[in-house]
Design a protein around this ligand. Structure first.
Ligand code: UDP
Length: 195
């Protein structure tokens, strides 16, 4: 695994295709894998947030999502290959889940949004299993219940859309309690799929 550091933040040197192949391998693995898709705003936040930096350092895959990261890489000659967005990667994963009858859990968005997003995902990716969903406006006191719901659903993929850096910190905090193959922070994707 090759990573570059942009302002100290590690980003994987990986193409879209390589990222997808790696994620498919992660789906066959036995432990949870954490995937983040930082943009330049997150890289800037990590300058002053040591905890966030540690969280990103703990990821199994950090996709070069923001175009600004590619520009920074080009100027500095760091060698990032191409932009790998969270949305494109999620689309490929959902296609794969449809083909292989794999399951997802969608966490995040305003109440009602994940329901619409999942209905659209079911139509767009025939064969996919929606294991569960939950909105993203919960209190800390509700988190045990949400984790129990995720674990009862035992999804292959958990998409966490709480906005950055909340989603990355949430995944990191609960990684040892979550029963899924991949937990991926994908920001506003729930809104995109809800249309
Ligand atoms: N969101 C959420 N819980 C929160 C804050 C945000 O579920 O406590 C959701 C929000 O409704 C939106 C998504 O997170 O669907 C992404 O939010 P935002 O656009 O602010 O984040 P970004 O895409 O900039 O990371």
């Amino acid at each position: 695994r090759k990573q570059v550091r942009i302002l100290g933040v590690p980003i994987d040197m990986i193409s879209q295709e390589e990222a997808f192949q790696k994620l498919v391998l992660f789906l066959e693995g036995s432990s949870i894998k954490k995937i983040y898709t930082p943009n330049p705003e997150i890289v800037m936040l990590a300058q002053e947030d040591q905890r966030l930096l540690k969280v990103i350092e703990g990821a199994d895959l950090v996709l070069p999502d923001g175009i600004g990261l590619l520009i920074a890489s080009k100027i500095k000659g760091l060698g990032l290959k191409e932009r790998v967005t969270g949305v494109d990667t999620m689309d490929r994963l959902l296609n794969y889940c449809g083909d292989k009858k794999r399951s997802i859990y969608l966490l995040g968005g305003k109440p009602g949004t994940a329901e619409i997003a999942c209905k659209n995902i079911e139509q767009q990716y025939p064969g996919i299993k929606i294991a569960g969903l939950h909105h993203g406006y919960f209190q800390e006191a509700d988190e045990n219940e949400i984790i129990a719901d995720i674990n009862a659903a035992a999804p292959d993929l958990l998409f966490v859309c709480l906005g950055a850096p909340k989603q990355e910190k949430w995944i990191d905090r609960y990684q040892d309690q979550l029963n899924c193959k991949i937990a991926m922070g994908v920001g506003g994707s729930v809104d995109i799929y809800a249309g």
